[in-house]
Design a protein around this ligand. Sequence first.
Ligand SMILES: Cc1cc2nc3c(=O)[nH]c(=O)nc-3n(C[C@H](O)[C@H](O)[C@H](O)COP(=O)(O)OP(=O)(O)OC[C@H]3O[C@@H](n4cnc5c(N)ncnc54)[C@H](O)[C@@H]3O)c2cc1C
Length: 557
Amino acid sequence: MLTHDVLIIGAGGSGLRAALEATTNGVDTAIVSKLHPLRSHTVAAAGGINAALAEGDSWEGHMEDTVKGSDYLADQDSVEFLCREAASALIELEHFGTIFNRDEKGKMASRPFGGHGLPRAYFAGDRTGLAILQTNYEQVLKNNVHVYIEWQALSLAVVGDQCVGVIAIDLATGELHAIRSKAVILATGPAGQIYAKTTNALSCTGDGISLAYRAGTPLKDMEFVQFHPTSLWGPNVLITEAARGEGGILLNNKEERFMEKYAPKMKDMAARDVVSRAIQTEINEGRGFEGGYVHLKVNQLGSDYLRERLPEVIEFSADFAGVDATKELIPIEPAQHYVMGGIAVTLDCSTSIRGLYAAGECTCMSLHGANRLGGNALLELQVFGKKAGANAAEYAKKCPSPEFPLQTLSNVENQNREMLSRQDGERPNRIRHDLQSTMTNNVGIYRSAEGLSEAIKNILELKKRYRQVYVQDSGKVFNTDLTMTIELGFMLDLAEVIAVGALARTESRGGHSRIDYPDRDDKKWLVHTIARYSPDGPKLEKEDVRITGLKPAIRSY
Ligand SMILES: Cc1cc2nc3c(=O)[nH]c(=O)nc-3n(C[C@H](O)[C@H](O)[C@H](O)COP(=O)(O)OP(=O)(O)OC[C@H]3O[C@@H](n4cnc5c(N)ncnc54)[C@H](O)[C@@H]3O)c2cc1C
């Protein structure tokens, strides 16, 4: 049987950084990734990665902005660790070979990002994620990590309260494999595909979050979903916040700079939840353009500057909207962008299952609370990827070689066989489409008891339809019909947890806006939502927020 000490699921920024740390700690390390590492969603990250490196800045300032941005829901000990580690994480990336932009003095250049008091987003043009992912991958290649490329994990193997490996499918052959490992790190990234309008790649289906949930690990704060203010109207390709950081402004159909109304001080650079709500309100009240969009104006920055700092904004606008951003206005609308919630982890990246660790967007380290500030996600990958790798390696060193429950392999074999044996039924793409529209329509920027109840009813109905889903392709080689159907099962789980959590939370905080409960309610809801799997749907509990010094205050920008 394939056997390793530490097995990482996912080869995005968090998985690669975890692998590097585990292998340099002297344990046999491998990665399983359904995509080639360089196709992980981290590659799409554009605008920047944060650290308080500039003169006059401090980790305390970064922490204050992050906690305020989170609408006071973030666990402050987690945020403190992130912000204290940020400077060394960036310098480490530089030493690995990440090519960051420079300022006139030759130092790493930074740009302003929404909700930050000072410019502290460091960047490589508007391709920061690509630069970081490539350097992390180079380090992994250099350091002897085996990567199972285009292998997809379909189940965790858990004995009692201990994780001992995974079952994965080799996509090129269709073969199922058991991989035994003393420690497993989930680094499977985002889940944005549950929404119709999302900036996330097709592969962002929340697999790891669902695998952990089904195995009994609680999920935390799943109702908090981030909607990015500026995606291209229609295809929802992201137009990075750096476009506003560099001086871009939002205009409605009267050519008014409407953000002055909603955030008098920070205007277009307020936190994302604030700007997305403002855009949606302009559209809902008839000050948007027909079809539901407003304009982003960057042409005043000049063509040369735009080409140097924001080449992808120009390219994406031309390729996907037929707009020349150096001359014309860009049509934009908000779209799902990030899930603040995820697998509940402790500060050392462990979960409630022994030997199971997690890092990156699939977790809720509670750094972002109810709303994430731009630039903090890439930082999270470096800081907590490293921590997960180190802790999993330490654990593996002390753990005797576990027995692997072969029953898990036959269970997955049987599930797949059953799915493939159906001769007719409903095709998965229809269920996927209906799920995505119900989430965008009813669990979006503005929510209400009525809409959320409707969403839950629809999701339960979709789960019923899913039980009879029909996979047409019975082939072995790259059977994406089968794997996308399995992913749909993961997505249905997560959509349910998000909608049930959102209905229960009768307040508005950060990215969760209830029109029927418009105010933040610290008395009742300054708590995390914990969701546990049960066959009848998620069971919710509350958990205290860890507040170490920053008292909840009124949040205005
Ligand atoms: C368009 C866009 C722009 C962004 N820009 C920024 C930015 O400028 N700054 C910032 O801080 N943040 C940004 N973010 C957020 C940030 O990029 C993500 O949160 C982060 O990159 C996620 O990294 P990850 O390692 O958790 O996951 P990913 O990079 O998505 O990697 C997930 C990995 O898991 C693997 N995987 C998933 N499921 C399975 C499975 N079942 N079996 C095996 N492998 C699996 C995939 O193959 C992949 O390798 C942006 C996000 C998007 C979508």
